[in-house]
Design a protein around this ligand. Structure first.
Ligand code: HAM
Length: 415
């Protein structure tokens, strides 16, 4: 059997894991400041959850889900995203009964059968946030402020926010716009790419974000959605824009931004970085006031976002935190192990050579490990119940009583 990793997946270790941990840690910090609680949902759900919520006609559901059948023949899907799941969890656990608003965040792997490339995997990781119960633009603003603060924390400055409204399901809003758009597209169908001429009736909004040059040329003249949405959606969007201006958030309104998931209504947004290459969306989100109703529950207005952790990891380099570690070298295996254990119990980061090679080789390893101090337990030291502590920066050596060495190290760390 030839061992090979599955296409589109990867093992994370070394610096990659450090980068993930760094980003997750900063995200936790920011989320907790804003009152968000962590939620952990299963890796797989019934396929219908995503089919109904994200939408049968979307690429995610139609082409990209990893499906499996359980032993009773029921269709399950590895989660392609987190929003539908968190909503499912709020409904099945009846969480809105005692709360009129709720805030959650989550981290974890998602699965989409896409063509792998830089920043695009079949198993990828998201950091997501969902805010339930608030219909006013305050909630939209809050999520965008979280994003701004988080990017500042991870020192990501070359990020651009794009914003749009895609209206709601009321007949004079998105459905009316869709009809207007289809009418317009019909007049230009010969200039559209094959994909767009096929989908223009079922999913005309997606024609707006097609990257084909001739489709872009056609749709630049198309009626704009934010001029056509109902007055409620229009007011919501302009109030949000005012609030963002008030908070000095820089953003641009992009009428082509429609998002690839069906549950959105009103505000949608995406965060881009030019340093990511072709897969330049670092994250995206929006309002989904109709999703609870789709699942047969009482209406709960909601908004959220998800960030691609794999992509953020390409953009960040964690600050190097100096972690002071010690390395114990010695001739007596038992004594070395005992001192290592004592240090570790006292939260001192401590390593040793598990193979107990020659003293010379142990020193080499200590050097390679980047140790701050080396604790030497030679024959003489053992006899005298002492340890020689060598500072690896200035080479100075101090003899300390074995029983006092932990206290000595702790005092030196503090200095
Ligand atoms: P999404 O735009 O599908 O939204 O995904 C969010 C982010 O996940 C993307 O911007 C991208 O950074 C990352 N991402 C997506 N697919 C891949 C992939 N194959 N490889 C690497 N990264 C990827 C959602 O998933 C919504 N649930 C966001 C949301 C939350 N809306 C409301 N609440």
């Amino acid at each position: 059997m030839k061992l090979k990793i599955v296409k589109g997946t990867r093992d994370l270790y070394g610096d990659d894991v450090k980068r993930f941990q760094y980003i997750e840690e900063k995200a936790r910090q920011v989320f907790s400041v804003y009152g968000y609680q962590e939620i952990r949902t299963p890796i797989f759900e019934k396929t219908e959850l995503f089919a109904h919520g994200v939408g049968e006609g979307t690429d995610i559901v139609g082409k990209e889900m990893f499906l499996l059948e359980d032993r009773r023949g029921r269709s399950m899907a590895l989660r392609p995203e987190g929003t539908a799941q968190v909503v499912r969890s709020v409904i099945t656990n009846n969480m809105m009964r005692q709360n009129n608003h709720l805030r959650f965040y989550y981290f974890g792997p998602m699965f989409r059968y896409e063509q792998p490339q830089k920043g695009r995997f079949r198993q990828f990781y998201q950091i997501g946030a969902e805010y339930f119960g608030v219909s006013t633009p305050d909630a939209d603003l809050e999520l965008i402020l979280i994003l701004r603060q988080f990017f500042k924390e991870i020192q990501l400055h070359e990020i651009s926010f794009q914003l749009n409204t895609i209206g709601c399901q009321k007949s004079d809003c998105r459905p009316a716009y869709k009809n207007k758009l289809i009418e317009f597209l019909q007049d230009h169908v010969d200039s559209l790419c094959e994909n767009c001429s096929n989908r223009m009736h079922d999913n005309p909004l997606r024609v707006l974000d097609c990257k084909n040059e001739s489709c872009i040329a056609v749709t630049s003249e198309a009626p704009k959605i934010h001029d056509t949405v109902c007055s409620d959606c229009k007011d919501h969007f302009s109030e949000l824009c005012h609030m963002l201006d008030d908070h000095q958030v820089s953003y641009s309104v992009n009428f082509r931004l429609v998002r690839g998931l069906d549950y959105y209504s009103k505000t949608v947004f995406e965060v881009f970085s030019d340093n990511l290459g072709a897969q330049n969306a670092a994250g995206g989100g929006g309002r989904y006031d109709g999703l609870f109703e789709i699942y047969g529950a009482k209406v709960v207005p909601a908004i959220g976002f998800a960030l691609g952790l794999d992509r953020l990891a390409l953009l960040t380099s964690p600050e190097k935190k100096e972690q002071k570690s010690v390395f114990v070298v010695g001739t007596d295996r038992g004594a070395v192990c005992k001192l290592v254990a004592t240090c570790r119990e006292e939260d001192i980061i401590c390593q040793y050579d598990p193979f107990q090679s020659s003293m010379k080789s142990q020193f080499r390893q200590a050097n390679k490990s980047g140790a701050w101090k080396v604790l030497i337990l030679g024959e003489e030291e053992l006899k005298a119940k002492q340890v020689s502590v060598k500072d690896m920066q200035d080479g100075q050596q101090t003899v300390v009583e074995l029983s006092a060495v932990v206290g000595y190290l702790k005092k030196s760390v503090a200095n």
